[in-house]
Design a protein around this ligand. Structure first.
Ligand SMILES: Nc1ncnc2c1ncn2[C@@H]1O[C@H](COP(=O)(O)OP(=O)(O)OP(=O)(O)O)[C@@H](O)[C@H]1O
Ligand SMILES: [Mg+2]
Length: 256
């Protein structure tokens, strides 16, 4: 059964891209056929798997303008079982170009649904905003995974995201569900990290994933080599955490 997971949080720098590529690569290590869709003009997910701006012809941008071209935009990565529809910085323009079109939230859906059965997982990396790109992702997504950094105001940030999710579910994509919240960049020695973890455990008990991703330098180094962490240092704590997350995601079913 194939699953479409979107990785979203409008707050910047909370670990969306790190989670997208490393969850995807860990699922690929489990021999799941995985497609990453880079939906962020920063194109960090693309460079993070070794696809750089100069190599990008067809991209999420061209796919949004012509959904029937999605298959041509897929590129293989150095990790077996892992492919990507890369982003190019021109994706910023898509947001403006889509605004005036009818059913502007559904272009990515039109592009990806025909590919769905060819993959076990499609993982969409969203930009740090709740604009049209994230809405397009939410309209094709079946499950939302929310990376959360343990810091002050973390919960206030996801309140707005959950509100948007609720709206999308009522109006645009009734099939969408919450896969859960994954804590990222966790530092067990830091009292604030522990406090925020406990607060989230109390507020969203059914939504907090068991796997907690620690702060790990290997995770931040790997992208500069164009590799997910499993291709860079598979023995690191970071790789261990994302392999664990992949196992949890395979077993977990999303909640309402
Ligand atoms: N567990 C971790 N340990 C150490 N560094 C991390 C970890 N997770 C992410 N980082 C680093 O933190 C920074 C932000 O992470 P990332 O790019 O994944 O966030 P993002 O939510 O995608 O950001 P944006 O909102 O800009 O798209 C990056 O430099 C990344 O390498
Ligand atoms: Mg990102």
């Amino acid at each position: 059964m194939s699953r479409i997971i979107i990785v979203a949080n409008q707050k910047g720098g909370v670990g969306k891209t790190t989670t997208s590529i490393n969850l995807a690569a860990s699922l690929a290590v489990m021999e799941k056929n995985v497609l990453v869709v880079d939906c962020d003009p920063q194109a960090n997910a693309s460079s993070g798997v070794g696809i750089y701006q100069d190599d990008v012809q067809a991209s999420t941008y061209s796919v949004l303008l012509d959904p029937s071209s999605a298959r041509d935009a897929i590129q293989k990565t150095s990790i077996p079982y892992l492919s990507i529809i890369p982003a190019h910085q021109d994706l910023v323009a898509a947001e403006l170009e889509l605004v005036s079109k009818p059913a502007r939230e559904y272009f990515l859906r039109e592009a990806l649904l025909p590919l769905k059965d060819e993959y076990d997982f499609i993982i969409i990396d969203c930009p740090p905003s709740l604009g049209l790109l994230t809405l397009n992702a939410m309209c094709v997504g079946e499950e939302v995974l929310i990376p959360l950094q343990c810091e002050y105001f973390a919960l206030e940030g996801i309140a707005k995201l959950l509100q948007t999710y609720g709206l999308v579910r009522r109006r645009l994509n009734p099939g969408i569900r919450l896969l859960g919240v994954v804590l990222t960049m966790y530092d067990a020695r830091n009292r604030l990290s522990r406090q925020v973890r406990n607060e989230i455990r109390n507020t969203l008990p059914e939504h907090l994933l068991e796997t907690i991703v620690p702060r790990n330098i290997r995770l931040s180094e790997a992208p500069s080599f164009g590799k997910p962490v499993v291709g860079y240092d598979i023995k690191s704590k970071g790789a261990e955490a994302y392999l664990q997350l992949a196992k949890e995601v395979v077993l977990r079913r999303p909640q309402a």
